[in-house]
Design a protein around this ligand. Structure first.
Ligand code: NAD
Length: 704
């Protein structure tokens, strides 16, 4: 239960914000603060005040459930929407000085609250920031006005647009806090500071020394626009943030605060905020798996990780584990391969060091924790072993038969296979059901998504332990049942197939890519194929086609490209030609497209608007996701959205294919699939039973 504890020490009121675990600003907490403030003002004996958070954190931010209700069109009662801003204005207007004592997080509304106080003290571990843009929102309780006035326009705008957290040292240097103190002394120092303050205290919204001259403002805002242009495509909330800032600079903080509310309200009504908040909760839900994470298993810390195979994926997994403090043993097939694996991991670590993500000491320490060996038995004493050897069924079976033989009974075992069902790898192996899937995405030290693959015979405590390992690697796990393609590759299968179909039916391949990148995908289907390797796509496609034959469609284009040695980016030419790492459209592709259409008997071209192309490709993804959900291979629709966002770069501001399609309605999705089914006669477009059911009931594609 959220509370504000009120106590007095001498003439200083101490207000402790207490809303476990991170003191988010719920309505109850805001109301508690209003009451405490009234008590402070009406007291004859109290002359100043300290605001501090319980459990070593100030306030981690807004109550995001409340924001979600508002973003979903829940009518914001004027009083509710204004209450935090009004509270902060009252704090700032208090004639009795108020000091914010900040440990842990002061983020979003938490920092806005702290900026409404007259002075701020922080501990060395404090983190301060306005990350609202991560949720498609802007600071809505004075942040756009007070931050520029406290630290200057340029750093304030950078801080808001990047959603970056400032550490205490930077906050001190910028003047956001007036001192950094030891955690043990925080409260006492804040009390001393509050009692020493006499007379009217400085108000953040009235400061102007750090503001630029009016004629400089535009140039600073334009530079910020330019800097963040690439990060924000197809959305206007960053512009609304700058608009609120600029309004306040031109017309004064009071007008700026009013305009900030208008801009904040606009953001709330946008699809982007609804989508990004959906993904925020999707991420929290994804870590939970019925029958597994609700069983209260105690998670063992994985201190020593074994990786079998130190190629592209194995070296990335090893790097991720070394960066999180694990000791890592990479087992390779021979000494030369072990040395090559060490070389790859060291290059990744050095890259992280060069980018400032590892200090000199951390780099040396990570190197010292790495062993690369030609002996599989060297992973024998590891707490967990992830197999990332060549994609070859017999090889993997051989590796696991040995691992099951000599690893400890409690060692967590997982394979990183992309195409082989777990059951085939472990069939007939004694205790083989211990083996799980840990499907990392490439590059494994960068990509956050890991599909945690389990079968009905997997022990829940093992699945729980693997979810724990993924979390410890600071990655996001999505639990998936063992089916061919798992989740991401399976639901993207018809996307790739339909891209081929559209090319066969007259759509220019480069137009296809332009349409999908304009929609917000990082790359179009042809460019993705080149990146992954056209030959790899043909191989993986054949596995998926044979697993799901009733709805397979394969254009001959990729096969023709492979036959001509156009394997993609790795050999300089595929659908595109690559010069200096840049993809250039290649006129020679037209010949392949023509041959491909001829092979298909020159089918009648399809006349499609750009929006039809987007719907055709993505409704097929949704349809396949409905099958995955119906088969019980994924727990919830939001897992699909999260996995596609993290694994395929589906634009966060559109939320994921399920929520995106749900806005159009399940009936519309099914109806369009039906009409393409009729037009082409292809089983590819057959609506799945689940989609048909939802459509008939006009029900949501998202879980209730
Ligand atoms: P890779 O060819 O780059 O690496 C495989 C490594 O396994 C090589 O270094 C090889 O020397 C080693 N190896 C072969 N036999 C071995 C043995 N007996 N003992 C130990 N090591 C042995 O391949 P990769 O792309 O890293 O793929 C590895 C696994 O990860 C495959 O199962 C693949 O399906 C899966 N995967 C790959 C990707 C990707 O994008 N590359 C993505 C997800 C999963």
């Amino acid at each position: 239960m959220a509370e504000v504890h009120f106590r007095a020490q001498g003439g200083v009121a101490i207000l402790t914000l207490d809303n476990p675990p991170l003191n988010p600003l719920s309505e109850a907490l805001v109301n508690g603060l209003w009451e405490a403030l009234e008590r402070l003002q009406s007291s004859d004996t109290l002359t100043s005040c300290v605001l501090i958070g319980a459990r070593d954190t100030f306030v981690a931010g807004a109550d995001i459930r409340r924001l979600q209700r508002l973003a979903k069109g829940g009518a914001p009662s004027g009083a509710e929407a204004r209450s935090l801003s009004a509270l902060i204005a009252s704090l700032e207007a208090s004639s009795k000085p108020i000091v914010a004592a900040i440990d842990g997080f002061a983020l979003g509304g938490g920092l806005e609250l702290a900026m409404g106080c007259h002075l701020r003290l922080a501990t060395a571990s404090a983190k301060l920031g306005l990350p609202e843009l991560k949720l498609g929102l802007i600071p809505g309780a004075g942040g756009t006005q007070r931050l520029p006035r406290l630290i200057g326009l340029e750093p304030a705008v950078e801080c808001m647009l990047s959603s970056r957290q400032l550490d205490a040292a930077e906050a001190l240097e910028l003047g956001l806090v007036s001192g950094v103190v030891a955690r043990a002394d925080l409260l006492e120092r804040a009390i001393a500071l509050a009692s020493s303050l006499q007379g009217p205290a400085p108000k953040s919204s009235e400061q102007s020394e750090k503001l630029p001259r009016p004629e400089q403002t535009q140039a600073i805002l334009d530079a910020a626009r330019q800097q963040f242009k690439k990060l924000f495509r197809n959305v206007d909330y960053p512009e609304l943030c700058l608009e609120a800032v600029a309004h306040g600079l031109e017309h004064g903080a009071a007008a700026g605060l009013r305009h900030e509310r208008v801009c904040f309200q606009k953001c709330l009504e946008r699809e982007a905020a609804q989508s990004l908040i959906h993904l925020f909760f999707a991420e929290r839900a994804a870590g939970k798996l019925t029958g597994v994470t609700d069983q209260g298993f105690e998670r063992r810390r994985i201190e020593r990780l074994g990786v079998v195979g130190g190629g592209t994926m194995g070296s990335g997994i090893a790097t991720a584990a070394l960066q999180r403090g694990c000791s890592v043993v990479v087992a390779e097939r021979d000494s030369a391969s072990a040395d090559a694996a060490r070389g790859r991991v060291e290059r990744y670590l050095e890259h992280a060091h060069a980018r400032g993500r590892l200090s000199d000491v951390q780099l040396a320490d990570a190197r010292a924790r790495l062993i690369c060996s030609p002996l599989l038995s060297d992973v024998g004493d590891c707490d967990a072993v992830i197999e990332a050897a060549t994609e070859d069924l017999e090889l993997k079976r051989h590796i696991f038969s040995q691992l099951l033989d000599f690893c400890r009974a409690d060692t967590l075992l997982a394979t990183n296979t992309s195409t082989l069902p777990l059951e085939r790898i472990t069939a007939g192996l004694s205790r083989g059901t211990r083996v799980l899937g840990a499907h990392f995405f490439s590059p494994a030290h960068v990509m956050r998504l890991v599909e945690v693959v389990h079968t009905p015979s997997s022990a829940p405590e093992h699945v729980d332990a693997l979810l724990g390992l993924v979390k410890a690697l600071k990655k996001t796990a999505v639990a998936v049942g063992s089916c061919v393609g798992f989740l991401v590759n399976r639901v993207m299968m018809p996307y790739g197939q339909a891209a081929g179909l559209l090319i066969d039916r007259g759509v220019d391949p480069y137009r296809l890519d332009r349409v999908m990148t304009a929609f917000g995908m990082p790359m179009g289907p042809c460019r993705v194929s080149d990146l992954a390797g056209v030959d790899v796509g043909v191989f993986a496609g054949s596995i998926l086609d044979s697993a799901y034959p009733g709805r397979a469609y394969r254009s001959p284009l990729r096969r023709l490209l492979v036959e001509a040695g156009r394997l993609g980016e790795k050999c300089g030419v595929g659908h595109y030609r690559y010069e200096d790492g840049k993809a250039q459209e290649d006129p020679a592709l037209a010949d392949f497209v023509e041959r491909c259409r001829e092979e298909q008997g020159n089918p009648a071209p399809l006349e499609l608007a750009d929006s039809d192309i987007v719907e055709l490709l993505l409704f097929l993804v949704v349809n396949e996701a409905c099958r995955v959900l119906e088969e019980g291979h994924a727990e919830r629709a939001s897992d699909v959205d999260l996995a596609l966002h993290l694994g395929m770069g589906f634009p966060g501001y559109r939320g994921g294919p399920m929520i995106w399609a749900d806005r159009r309605g399940s009936a519309y999705v099914a109806e369009r699939l039906q009409s393409w089914r009729a037009q082409t006669g292809l089983g590819l477009f057959e609506p799945s039973p689940r989609l048909s059911r939802l459509a008939a009931a006009k029900a949501s594609l998202l879980d209730p």
